[in-house]
Design a protein around this ligand. Structure first.
Ligand code: NAD
Length: 485
């Protein structure tokens, strides 16, 4: 029995996080006919680098920092996965998160193996200068052991890390590899600021992907009938736990689509209002007062975790793992649980939620928007050209020629202002961000339909179907390599 503790909030899990992921894997593997050797190869974590290094603090004292990088699967390279800064990061956790990355990439057809990194710090305890020294030393350690590089292992942001941290990783990597392959160095890390080789749309990509995934789920009349809900997002009541990168953006897109945010939770507490909370007003209030609590017109929930049990149509845990467990799963009243965080529902809790008839949209699919757009960023860095740069003007001319042909054939002259507007919509709109968002939407929609098909074929839940999809694709890569029969 392991206690997985998250940022000071102890979440007693039934078994370790990696074991939870492996149980989900085993459940899916039982539907397939692969050899035990192949399944074991897919399931095990290929390499883990555990490091400890000194940090000279601003006051001259020394802290020893513990950090990790796990590469779960080398069936595709590079491996890919975020770096998390959290006080309780441990080896088991990064292995679990790296495994989820492997399965996630396979589900959305992103050609990477899974990895994950973690530095055991709460960034609020360190100055920005100290964070920079830690990040540089961590990158140095990764490089020393060949755990970073555009074709080796490519980190990204995760819990507690930001685009500016990725810029520090890039800068360190470039300094370390001046004489190696500086041309492709930009692709050593994703989630960078746009001016540092980042791609437009990456910051909000995970939350946007969560929105697309939930939108797909609620568009199925069969599934909504079963839950006693209407189709569509309009008017659906939503509770979100964690207003960081993923939670904020997921809540924002859902709110913009007409959903009602009836509960919002942060680590200091939660608030509720049946008629709906304005996300940006809540965020401004939190910035001004330092707390989500006492938001005008809302009721306080002192114990933040109680927000998970609010009555709502959709519950979105977007903070950390182990939030819905055996001990509180029975009290969850949401009809749909959208796992925006990694591992927010333990394996035991998952069984309880399924038993209750809830629709659980699993993390391995739902938060794959981040890695999908990271893939677009990596491609941009390797091709050394902004997406859309080569064809944008060409598309504009094509649109103009088509409309001129219609003019000729119809014998009617279009109003020139209206024509320019149409052309600008058709082609000028296709800048990098539009291309990224449309690639993300297509990925999330296609993957959802693929996974849903598998639920029907195997008469199982979405998580098991998502794992089946991943296992089939990874198994195919191994057999195509000729290693396994
Ligand atoms: P973040 O650091 O930007 O935000 C996390 C938020 O959760 C913070 O505001 C924090 O205060 C809050 N929080 C922490 N503990 C809480 C608690 N007990 N109750 C309520 N709120 C709490 O992190 P993020 O990047 O948004 O990541 C969140 C989750 O999403 C993690 O599980 C991460 O692995 C996963 N994820 C992130 C990405 C990404 O692109 N950033 C991609 C895929 C998955």
């Amino acid at each position: 029995m392991t206690a997985s503790s998250t940022n000071g909030h102890t979440a007693t899990s039934e078994v370790s996080f990696f074991e939870q992921v492996n149980r989900m894997f085993d459940k899916a593997a039982a539907y397939l006919d692969h050899s035990p050797g192949l399944l074991a190869q897919i399931k095990h974590c290929n390499s883990v680098y555990r490091m400890e290094f000194p940090l000279k603090r601003d006051d001259g004292s020394i802290d020893v920092i513990k950090a990790f990088r796990a590469e779960h699967s080398h069936h595709k390279q590079p491996t890919k996965g975020g770096i998390r800064f959290a006080g309780n990061v441990n080896e088991d956790e990064v292995m679990a998160l790296a495994a989820l990355m492997t399965y996630k990439c396979a589900i959305v057809d992103v050609p990477f193996g899974g990895a994950k990194g973690g530095i055991q710090i709460d960034r609020r305890d360190y100055s920005e200068a100290e964070i920079e020294r830690i990040t540089r030393r961590y990158t140095f350690e990764l490089h020393k052991k060949n755990f970073i590089g555009p074709g080796i292992d490519v980190p990204a942001p995760d819990y507690g890390t930001r685009p500016s941290d990725m810029a520090i990783i890039l800068d360190t990597y470039i300094s370390l590899t001046q004489t190696e392959n500086p041309l492709d160095a930009l692709a050593c890390v994703t989630g960078k600021p746009v001016g540092q080789g980042g791609v437009r749309g990456r910051l909000e990509a995970t939350g946007r992907g969560v929105y697309y995934g939930i939108r797909e789920a609620v568009s199925s009349s069969d599934d909504m009938d079963r839950l006693g809900l209407s189709t569509g997002l309009e008017g659906k009541s939503v509770v979100v736990q964690g207003l960081g990168n993923v939670g904020y953006h997921a809540a924002k897109f859902l709110e913009d689509a007409g959903a009602r945010l009836v509960g919002l939770a942060e680590y200091e507490g939660a608030i509720r209002n049946e008629s709906g909370l304005s996300l940006d007003d809540v965020v401004s209030h939190r910035r001004e007062t330092g707390s989500i609590l006492d938001f005008p017109g809302a009721s306080n929930i002192e114990n933040s975790a109680d927000a998970l049990e609010l009555e709502c149509d959709i519950l979105i845990p977007a903070a950390l793992e182990g939030q819905i467990r055996r001990d509180n799963a029975g009290d969850i009243r949401a009809k749909i649980v959208g796992e925006a965080a990694n591992g927010p529902v333990t394996a035991d809790a998952d069984a309880i939620l399924n038993e209750k008839g809830a629709l659980v949209i699993p993390d391995v699919y739902l938060n794959a928007g981040g890695v999908t757009v990271s893939y677009f960023e990596w491609l941009r860095n390797l091709s050394h050209v902004r997406h859309g740069r080569m064809n944008r003007r060409f598309e504009e001319h094509s649109a103009r020629r088509i409309l001129e042909a219609v003019e000729t054939l119809s014998g009617q002259q279009f109003d020139q202002d209206a024509l320019s507007k149409v052309i600008s919509k058709v082609s000028f709109g296709a800048g990098e961000e539009d291309l990224v968002n449309s690639g993300l939407e297509d990925t999330m929609v296609s993957a959802y339909q693929e996974v849903r098909e598998l639920t029907k074929r195997h008469n199982t839940d979405l998580r098991t179907a998502a794992f089946i999809s991943a296992l089939e694709k990874i198994a195919a890569s191994y057999t195509q390599m000729g290693i396994f029969p």
